[in-house]
Design a protein around this ligand. Sequence first.
Ligand code: TRP
Ligand code: ZN
Length: 885
Amino acid sequence: MTKPANKTPPAILREDYLPPDYRIETARLHFDLGESRTIVKSQLAVVCSHDHSEGLRPLVLQGQGLKLLALKVEGRSLREKDYEITDEALTIWPETDHFTLDIETACDPGGNTELSGLYRATGMFLTQCEAEGFRKITYYPDRPDVLARFSTTIAAEREKYPVLLSNGNLVAAGELPDGRHFATWHDPFPKPAYLFAMVAGRLARIEDKFTTMSGREVALHIYVQNHNREKCRHAMDSLKQAMKWDEETYGREYDLDLFMIVATDDFNMGAMENKGLNIFNSKYVLAKSDTATDKDFQNIMGIVAHEYFHNWSGDRVTCRDWFQLSLKEGLTVFRDQQFMEDMTSPGVQRISEVNILRTHQFIEDDGPMAHPVRPDSYMEINNFYTMTVYNKGAELIRMCRTILGPEGFRKGTDLYFLRHDGQAVTTDDFVQALEDATGTDLTQFRRWYCQAGTPEIQVTRSYDALAQTYALTIKQTCLPTPGQPVKEPLHIPIALGLLDKSGADMPLQLVGEERPVAGTRLLQLREAAETFLFIKVPQEPVPSILRGFSAPLKVALNLTDVERRFLMAHDSDAFNRWDAGQQLALKLILSLVRDYQEGRPMALESKFIEAFRQILSKPTADKAFQALILTMPSETYLADALEVIDPEAVHEARKFVRQTLAGTLQETFLTVYRQNQDSGPYRLDQEATGRRSLKNVCLAYLMELADGEGRDICLRQFDQAKNMTDVMAALTSIANHAGREREEALATFYEKWQDDSLVVDKWLALQAASSLPDTLERVKALTGHPAFTLRSPNKVRSLIGAFATNQVRFHNISGAGYAFLADYILALDSLNPQIAARLASSFTTWRRYDARRQSLMQSEFERVLQAPKLSRDVYEIVAKSLNYV
Ligand code: TRP
Ligand code: ZN
């Protein structure tokens, strides 16, 4: 098939950036809210910002799906020939270098299914403006480098919409005729339109307060539907902890007298950092121990903190253009990760961050959508809210901190916030501030922002017993990515330690250095290959490379199994202790994959079982960490290590390992399970969550045995557990085993929780993730269930999204899973293109599979491309996957 050129939307290029021709000093908005027709009046104070000695340039305002009702300059109506209007913009030709512009438009919030712009959800009105949603509300220079002071008046029916909110402070409110009322809000901080927000609805308010480090009192309000008012405590506590932490760690104080969070069930992403009025997917606000898992509680804490931290890294200092997205997202993700490391177990937190990066970002970096942390071009910006921009972006910030040290880094961020407060800047400005504050040269480091792809370091070692020297030669390489055939060497911080025979860290001294350094030390790799020579090394050490995962890359180092087990037992770095185990398991499972493929019987060596048994039976203080070590690498991570992905072989090999461990160590699993039962009241502290995760890991292993005690224990836990963590752990295992009990348990669960939308999401997701052969049939049936609707992104993600990440069932060789997904991409495309595009990205790894699967996926892609009308969002993903653009 040839590419359908007529449909190709233009690429937006970073190098085409030009500063805006006009600034907006103030924006006064007036909303007259109606469900199918809302009238928006906007009064803008426009000031020319270009050199106009040669004449004034036209003023271009973006707008989409709007009906223009009136347009005035300095109070005088423009005639039709004085302006130009297209599907995307309104252009006028100013005659003076500053003027007042009045625009009146109408839009249809009730008909907005994209959940971008102004829309209605669960009886309320709300807005989502990032990245380019404001243009669906009114004509405006909708770009992040135009910062204005906003005042917003909202008028609506009092009975249905008693609560009226916008950014900043409430300055007026009152009654209007015909049962309507109004509220006026003023935000003193200039901001880009993407940070604008407005909410109207019948909502309950949970209140608290926080006293800032300078002694100001801030009111904290969380708004939810009335029946959810008991589920906000954890979000509120997390918010207060985040506020305090940001003061202590970064010196950042909150700047308004009021901070609000609104929760909604219908939301495209996790949450949004609108100034003073964060809007959240209710999944990341609402939690009680009987409805939310420990993981949910953790996510809430992290995301509440993330959005709050944006107040400085995003709102006070914002992005110049959308290519700079990682300026705010990379930095804010790093800040929320650091916060979670401080609030919970740092090792466990770091492992979960790296797991996300390695299983999802590495795959993105290796596929057709690979892009640098600071991309060079896009068709649809919504497709660039990616793991690369967010999570790899956070790793870049982490590397800067590693290179500068904590104090240097803090000096750097202080300078950054001081220098750029109230500005829209670039990732380069951020790096420059770090350099200026510390006198460090980060010229080469900047390449991390421009080069896509995951680098690999190859480490070779040689010990000279006579000279007592130890040489580490490190080579770096990075494969080509789309548009980047050749890569330059990066500046890579490599944290390492060398373990002596007792397992202790040796003092480390590089040749030319005067004194040794104790414990972990930093190597800075800058060349394509470098040798680091350690002196006064009395015995051959075991190297522990890339401690704490100090750089986002792959490591090739030929450690023996004995050395890996040694690191697992002794490494002072928790991350590397865990990773040594993962690499052992990876190697083992990959060899079983080959056995399976070649029809040989699979077998597990006793050394592996023994090492596993030791970890399982040794009482450990950090049980969450113990649980992680006992968890085999995910199917996705295993698959990524194969030249050609064989989902079935990966699934069978991993299952074989789990079953063999369960069979051999059944008694030990049972003992550890029982020892970690908790009969007391629910607690969320580390000790209690650690016990639950360890216990539930044991349960899942026990459930691998067809005729063991696991089944009874699991059913008992399902019946008796009072918290959702334990209930879900049991139900997940039950859903992976056919039989009457499964049907009964699923039915009982639904019966009990059918009115709790977030719990129903879990019920859908665990069925879609089941490895049983009937999963696709079940998922298809569930699309017709009353609980499911295409209009709710959470429901779509829970059912269709979870199925698309179910390696073994989605990639079934029949191709039925592919056809199913393509049908839903097409059905969603006209309703909510952002969500449709997210689903489409499940297909982007298609070249990693065998020829048969490749061609099945490819034909589904082509079917999608045939659709008479396709959004830019989906088009970009599909066309780039097929190399058409
Ligand atoms: N900026 C938000 C965050 O990282 C996420 C976001 C971007 C978003 N675009 C969105 C949220 C669209 C909802 C809808 O916190
Ligand atoms: Zn963010």
